[in-house]
Ligand binder design. Structure first.
Ligand code: SF4
Length: 73
């Protein structure tokens, strides 16, 4: 089974915390600078929808979600 791959750009992150609120299993915030910390680079199917939603609500576009192409058929 293929997994979605999450990556974050801490340089773009503005510490809004939307990701950690939306998908707390996948994202956390650094205690010191408030920027995103990635807890899971390959979220399980159960957490994938939340991770996708977090990427959508992130105001700085710091979250990238690479989803494998489905084989279709
Ligand atoms: S939502 Fe975006 S800007 Fe806010 S903490 Fe998460 S990655 Fe950073």
């Amino acid at each position: 089974m293929s997994a979605a791959q999450v990556s974050v750009d801490r340089g773009r992150c503005i510490g809004a915390g939307m990701c950690a609120l939306t998908a707390p299993e996948v994202f956390d915030q650094d205690e010191d600078d408030g920027r995103v910390l990635l807890l899971q680079t390959e979220p399980t199917a159960a957490h994938r929808a939340a991770a996708r939603m977090a990427a959508g609500v992130c105001p700085s576009g710091a979250i990238t979600l690479a989803e494998p192409e489905s084989d279709g058929s």
